[in-house]
Design a protein around this ligand. Structure first.
Ligand SMILES: Cc1ncc(COP(=O)(O)O)c(C=O)c1O
Length: 488
């Protein structure tokens, strides 16, 4: 896997900045500045970056981002970058919002910490009520965590304990889609469908079962020209998997509204309605993993609203605080809560920092910004322009597919547009790791070049972005992708 800032060998060959000199606020330190050098050395010596080939920094600079403002972030040397990935699908309201930071500081001085084990605190109560009000249908109960992986892990554990509690102890399996990412803790990793990041940790907890994803660009031949037929087939594969495994052994299906990994696969029309029917038919819990897709990414508070389906559980994290403090959780239906509402039944699960008071206060302030600035309205008003701006890139020979919804897009890169031939592993390695990631970063765009499925570039900018930011993204991508093509 590549990261947005994996430095490859080609930094020196990166194209010149299409926007002119981006950088350099007055008096910003240069590469030779002692403070910059010291921080670089310290980072190389002590910091372990996630999902990152650390060896690639042996001779190259570690990208150090020091501050953010609105849709942009700045590195140690004052160079500006358009944050086309909202950090990591997180910074919905953009960077540098003092009112949100101050809400956290205020809460820290009032009550910095108290657990949600047996006790409650006001901000967690207020936030739980607010999320329940925003969530679709009867999702009225919030179980907080600190991250998306913990949220996914919690949903699987709840599904298992729920079925044991209601007398169906055989149900423990979970279905999820090919190459979908659902997190990295052992349980979440068993649900994740990316073989390459699972393999070093096998054996994982038993029960993860894969079903096809909704990548229409790579649909099987018999439905390649029929989007709805493809959706029916992909949903029916879930039914076939349930029957194959034995319905009495299946606890839950985990699906993102738009699958991130692989490069933004929206659901075909009718897909989720059919999945809902199938889950109801076999008594299987439908978990909508909205760690990325909630909080405006698709123009709604929850992705399931956009595609009109009712989940039994929604998992969330990231955008709930726009990253001003970590928080995750799951919204659970009254039906699943019911066996735990009376008698001695207890959901035997918890983590120390779940629903942290500072994070809860920050989440409330974040949601205030959503309302005050009508961020959902901004996404809905501008998403068509985002799409058409990115679709201009279709005139490049390397751009095979532009797909997504809301402010969440993937651009699939191909070797041959007509045949949709993808790159070999070696070409992918040279193209993405060796050139694209670094060149896009050098050109001032933070986005993600990913080849865990077919090679894609992903964009998920802050929800405050507008047409001028889309144009900036398109121009940088055009320049860098043109250069990439000339190197193949
Ligand atoms: C859909 C989905 N689920 C779960 C996770 C895991 O979240 P975290 O990294 O906060 O543990 C992610 C992270 O990107 C995700 O995209």
């Amino acid at each position: 896997m590549t990261t947005p800032h994996d430095p490859g060998q080609a930094a020196a060959n990166a194209p010149s900045d299409p926007l002119g000199p981006i950088a350099a606020s007055e008096g910003a330190p240069g590469s030779g500045d002692p403070a910059v050098l010291a921080m670089q050395e310290s980072a190389r010596r002590h910091l372990w970056l996630h999902f990152t080939r650390m060896s690639s920094y042996a001779d190259g600079e570690v990208p150090v981002i020091v501050r953010g403002s609105g849709q942009y972030v700045y590195d140690q040397k004052g160079k500006r970058y358009l944050d086309g990935l909202a950090g990591l699908f997180v910074s919905q309201i953009g960077h540098g919002r003092k009112e949100v930071a101050e809400a956290g500081a205020q809460q820290g001085s009032e009550l910095a910490y108290f657990p949600l084990w047996s006790y409650a605190h006001p901000r967690a109560i207020e936030l739980a009520e607010r999320l329940a009000t925003l969530a679709p249908g009867d999702l009225n109960r919030v179980f907080f965590t600190t991250s998306g992986s913990e949220a996914v892990e919690s949903a699987w554990k709840l599904a298992k304990q729920y079925f044991k509690t209601i007398g169906e102890p055989g149900r423990y399996k979970v279905l999820s889609r090919d190459i979908a990412y659902h997190g990295t803790s052992m349980g979440a990793l068993a649900i994740t469908g990316l073989p390459s990041i699972k393999e070093p940790f096998e054996p994982l907890p038993a029960g993860g079962v894969r079903v096809p994803n909704t990548n229409f660009y790579r649909a099987p031949g018999f439905v390649a020209d029929d989007l709805e037929g493809f959706g029916r087939w992909a949903a029916d594969e879930i039914e076939r998997a349930i029957l194959r495994e034995g319905p009495e052994s299946v606890a839950a299906v985990f699906l993102e509204p738009v699958q991130n990994s692989g490069g933004c696969f929206p659901p075909p029309p009718g897909y989720f309605a059919r999945v809902r029917e199938i889950c109801d038919r076999y008594g299987v819990i439908l978990v909508s993993d909205e760690v990325i897709c909630a909080f405006g990414r698709l123009g709604y508070y929850f992705g399931s609203e956009r595609y009109h389906y009712q989940p039994d559980i929604i998992t969330f994290a990231k955008g709930v605080t726009s990253g001003y403090s970590p928080l995750g959780g799951m919204l659970v239906s009254d039906r699943l809560m019911e066996p735990f509402s009376s008698g001695t039944a207890t959901f035997l699960h918890g983590v120390t920092f779940a629903g942290h008071p500072v994070s809860s206060a920050v989440a409330l302030a974040n949601l205030d910004v959503f309302e005050q600035e009508d961020l959902l309205g901004n996404v809905r008003a501008n998403e068509a322009t985002f799409r058409t701006t990115l679709e201009k890139l279709y005139d490049l020979p390397i751009v095979g597919d532009v797909r997504g919804d809301g402010y969440f897009y993937g651009i699939e890169l191909v070797k041959d547009k007509a045949t949709r031939e993808t790159f070999s592993d070696d070409e992918s390695e040279r193209l993405l790791r060796g050139f694209l990631s670094q060149a896009l970063f050098d050109a001032g765009l933070i986005c993600r070049a990913d080849d865990r499925g077919d090679p894609v570039i992903q964009l998920a900018p802050p929800l405050t972005c507008g047409p001028e930011h889309f144009t900036e993204m398109e121009q940088i991508l055009r320049s860098v992708l043109t250069e990439a093509w000339s190197r193949i």
